[in-house]
Design a protein around this ligand. Structure first.
Ligand SMILES: NC(=O)c1ccc[n+]([C@@H]2O[C@H](COP(=O)([O-])OP(=O)(O)OC[C@H]3O[C@@H](n4cnc5c(N)ncnc54)[C@H](O)[C@@H]3O)[C@@H](O)[C@H]2O)c1
Length: 189
C-alpha cells in the first residue's frame, strides 16, 4: 500500500504542520481549507499561525512543489481530517462536542473518494465519532463499500489517529511522538 498523494483537510495549528511535515519528506500533499485567506497565504509559501520553525518548513515545501493548498478537495490516496471539534455553546452541564466541522469535511471529500483510499480522523473526538464519519461518507457514496458494512474487504479504509502535539513544539513532536492509531479494521489501522 502506498500513499502517493496525501490530502490534509483543515490547515490550522494541527493540519498545516502535519501537511508540511509530510511534504518535507517529499510526499505530494494537497491541503484543503474553507478559508480563502489561509489557502492564499500557504500558496505564497507563508503561514497564518504562530509555531516555531513552521514558516521555514512550509516555505521550502511550497517552493519545491510538494505542498499546495486548495479550497475544495481533490483526488488523493489518504485524507487526514484535522478540522475543529469545539464544544457546543449550550446550557448543558455535560459539555457536548460539535461534530459539524467533521460532517462538513466528510461531505466535501466524499465526491473525490476512490477504491483503496484511507480517511483518518485526526481531530480530538468523542467515542463513536470515527464510525459516525464513516457513516456520513457512506451516505454520500453508495457506490463504494465502507468498513462498517463489509469489514476488512471495504473499498475505503477509515481510522482515528488523535493528534497529541504540544503547541510550540509541534515540528519536533510530529516526528518524535508515538501515536495511537485506531482503525475500524486491522487493514484500516
Ligand atoms: N491546536 C492544538 O494544540 C491541538 C492539539 C491536539 C489536538 N487538537 C485538535 O485538532 C483539531 C484541529 O485543531 P486546530 O487547533 O488545528 O484548529 P484550527 O482552528 O487551528 O484549524 C482548523 C482549520 O480547519 C479549517 N476548517 C474548518 N472547517 C473545515 C472544512 N469543512 N473543510 C476544510 N477546512 C475546514 C478552518 O478554516 C481552520 O483553518 C481539533 O479537533 C483540536 O481539538 C489541537
Amino acid at each position: 500500500m502506498s500513499f502517493n498523494i496525501i490530502s490534509v483537510i483543515g490547515l490550522g495549528y494541527i493540519g498545516l504542520p502535519t501537511a508540511a511535515m509530510f511534504a518535507s519528506r517529499e510526499k505530494k500533499v494537497v491541503g484543503v481549507d474553507v478559508n480563502e485567506g489561509v489557502v492564499d497565504t500557504i500558496n505564497q509559501g507563508e503561514i497564518h499561525i504562530v509555531e516555531p520553525e513552521l514558516d521555514r518548513v512550509v516555505h521550502a515545501a511550497v517552493t519545491k512543489g510538494f505542498l499546495r493548498a486548495t479550497l475544495k478537495p481533490v483526488a488523493a490516496d489518504a485524507f487526514l481530517v484535522a478540522v475543529p471539534t469545539p464544544f457546543k455553546k449550550n446550557d448543558s452541564t455535560v459539555p457536548e462536542p460539535d461534530l459539524s466541522f467533521v460532517r462538513a469535511a466528510a461531505k466535501a471529500i466524499a465526491p473525490v473518494l476512490k477504491k483503496g483510499d484511507l480517511v483518518v480522523l485526526e481531530s480530538t473526538s468523542p467515542v463513536g465519532a470515527t464510525e459516525q464519519m464513516a457513516e456520513w461518507l457512506a451516505e454520500a457514496r453508495g457506490d463504494l463499500s465502507f468498513p462498517q458494512q463489509v469489514g476488512a474487504e471495504s473499498d475505503i479504509r477509515v481510522a482515528h489517529c488523535p493528534e497529541r502535539v504540544l503547541p510550540g513544539q509541534v515540528v519536533r513532536e510530529l516526528v518524535e511522538n508515538d501515536r495511537v492509531i485506531g482503525g475500524m479494521t486491522t487493514l484500516c489501522s
